[in-house]
Design a protein around this ligand. Structure first.
Ligand SMILES: N[C@@H](CCC(=O)N[C@@H](CS)C(=O)NCC(=O)O)C(=O)O
Length: 211
């Protein structure tokens, strides 16, 4: 059976949620962040050398990196669900969002959390990060204008992958400044499969961010 190596309050929530959406059986192996540093325990490095969450193991395979994991689950277990057909233009957009989430959108979010702690002499860097963050959140917000999902009427695994960006953003900016993004993430969080993943994964503080 597929195992989700799940760190509390982390990106791996998305993987449990996707599996719940698909009705694919899985089990969760829980890992706890260090209370002081927030880092994953060393035991996760025994599963994959990077020791970051999420990781899945399945039928002798070990897959790390959330976009790659989502692609793996959709290809091997999805039976054509939650993805556009590969020959369509929608599929090109779907792949864009799968990569964009961690390849581009996450960086200003991580930077913002870090530079917030720096003193005033770092103001030029803080301004740059704030401007980049606004660029990305505005882009996502505009892309959702015709919603309700990233691909319009079609809910896909790209919404699952991108959800983490909106949830972290709620900790760093006023989500009311990005109304389409705010409506979208509330819609996603209300899905029964999302709620079931919170139940199986344990406390997920980001599910409450923005309330
Ligand atoms: N781009 C990676 C990021 C993985 C990542 O940094 N995961 C965080 C959890 S959200 C983690 O494991 N943090 C604990 C640590 O770095 O020790 C992905 O999408 O899988």
């Amino acid at each position: 059976m597929l195992t989700v190596h799940h760190l509390n309050n982390s990106r791996s929530h998305r993987i449990a949620w996707l599996l719940e959406e698909l009705g694919v059986p899985y089990r969760i192996q829980h890992y706890e962040r260090d209370a002081r540093t927030g880092m994953a325990p060393e035991s996760l490095k025994a599963i994959h050398p990077l020791g970051k969450s999420p990781i899945v193991t399945d039928d002798g395979r070990t897959i790390a990196e959330s976009g790659a994991i989502i692609d793996y689950i959709i290809r091997r277990h999805g039976k054509g669900r939650l993805t556009p057909a590969p020959e369509t233009d929608d599929y090109d957009q779907y792949v864009h969002w799968l990569h964009y989430a961690e390849g581009s959108a996450s960086l200003p979010l991580i930077m913002k959390g870090t530079v917030n702690r720096l003193d005033r002499k770092w103001q030029p860097l803080k301004n740059l990060v704030a401007s980049e963050l606004h660029l990305h959140l505005s882009y996502i917000d505009t892309s959702l204008q015709d919603g309700p999902f990233l691909l319009g009427e079609l809910f896909t695994a790209a919404d699952v992958q991108m959800s983490f960006v909106a949830e972290v953003a709620a900790l760093l900016v006023d989500r009311n400044d990005y109304p389409a993004l705010d409506t979208w993430i509330r819609l996603l969080q209300a899905r029964p499969a999302y709620r079931r993943a919170v139940d199986t994964g344990g406390d997920y503080a980001l599910a409450r961010a923005g309330d």
